[in-house]
Write a protein of this length. Structure first.
Length: 364
């Protein structure tokens, strides 16, 4: 039989064992939380936020109690008096501001906030978001995100492809549909973003999509716009082949291109500059995403807008966002330096505002 002293010692030993096991579990949990891989987008960027906070202390964000409840921003990027952004996004906005102040580039960086611009900006009032459409940079997916947020469909997978660009049915109002005072309030308070990519690669994408493949069966590009460009800009009038990239480049680089743009109407949105589309020097955008880093930028935008718990950006196929230098050089290889320089002169604002390098084949 066990004496009381022996029982006491056994209870103490048992308690000590439980204590050791408990401490081991706590230590394991701590090690797991400390050293596990970040889940992708938010965790790995926190040190950059702390490093860069002092740079944005002077940024003015309207106080919430100055505005009616329906216009209060819900995005996390507007919490408090600081806009918390990873360093890369802050550097993009700082570069944008600096180029906008460059008087030598003013004609290439500034534009009026006209109806043309307001027509490009889609509104999600429920979550206080404005999205400026820049075609040929994955905008279809962002429109799907906003369609779900606006409540027209419960998930991205449910949205029929023919509905995404049908603005009578997709539940995406344009900013131009509001009164002047409503437009001003939204521009002042909402989370605003758009996406860019290398300007020349975007032009190649527009050319292929509208004049070569034309997957949406839009006949006016081949039967109306292409002939208009060929008549004006093809050097060899005896050629009967369809629109060539060389013709397209001559049209875009012509300082007098606007008379054709007027005839083409809103179809030009697929190849006009980001400046003309979104007025980045006139509208203070919260985030500018880059197509080349969309795998990181898309989750960041959702988190900054405060909607990452509501919707996810559709899966990006591997390699689709990578800049294809070989493709760009191949498309421009048969085009005269004069025509390329004229094209660059028109899109120089886009290159400078968003940090894209002048192509190597222009420097040689």
């Amino acid at each position: 039989w066990l004496t009381p002293d022996n029982m006491h010692h056994q209870w103490l030993l048992l308690a000590a064992c439980f204590w050791v096991i408990f401490m081991f579990m706590v230590a394991s949990k701590f090690i797991t939380l400390t050293f596990k891989d970040p889940d992708g987008y938010g965790a790995k960027q926190e040190p950059l936020i702390l490093t860069a906070v002092t740079k944005v202390e002077a940024v003015h964000v309207p106080k919430e109690n100055h505005w009616p409840a329906e216009f209060q921003p819900t995005g996390k990027a507007f919490s408090g008096n600081l806009i918390h952004q990873p360093l890369v996004h802050m550097e993009r906005l700082e570069l944008l501001r600096n180029v906008c102040r460059d008087t030598a580039l003013r004609d290439l960086s500034h534009t009026a906030v006209s109806k043309f611009v307001l027509d490009r900006i889609f509104v999600c009032d429920k979550h206080k978001i404005l999205f400026c459409q820049t075609p040929k940079v994955g905008n279809t997916q962002w429109k799907k995100v906003l369609i779900v947020l606006n409540g027209a469909f419960s998930s991205i997978e449910e949205i029929p492809e023919n509905i995404v660009h049908d603005h009578e049915k997709n539940g995406l109002p344009r900013l131009s549909s509001f009164s002047d005072s409503e437009i001003k309030k939204r521009l002042n308070l909402y989370f605003k973003f758009f996406i860019v990519r290398d300007p020349f690669e975007r032009l190649i994408s527009a050319f292929k999509d509208k004049f070569v493949h034309n997957p949406r069966f839009e006949p006016w590009y081949r039967h109306e716009i292409a002939p208009g460009i060929i008549r004006k800009y093809r050097k060899n009038r005896t050629e009967t082949k369809g629109l060539q990239f060389e013709d397209f480049v001559r049209y875009l680089g012509d300082p007098n291109h606007r008379w054709l743009d007027v005839q083409f109407g809103d179809h030009i949105i697929h190849w006009v500059t980001y400046v003309e589309l979104c007025a980045p020097c006139e509208i203070t955008y919260s985030v500018i995403g880059h197509h080349e880093t969309l795998e990181d930028d898309a989750p960041y935008i959702l988190k900054a807008a405060g909607i990452d718990h509501l919707v996810s950006y559709p899966t990006i196929p591997p390699g689709i966002t990578v800049y294809n230098k070989t493709k760009v050089e191949r498309y421009f290889s048969g085009i005269s330096k004069r025509d390329i320089r004229r094209l660059y002169a028109r899109f120089e604002g886009d290159f400078k505002l968003f940090g894209y390098r002048e192509p190597d084949f222009l420097l040689n």
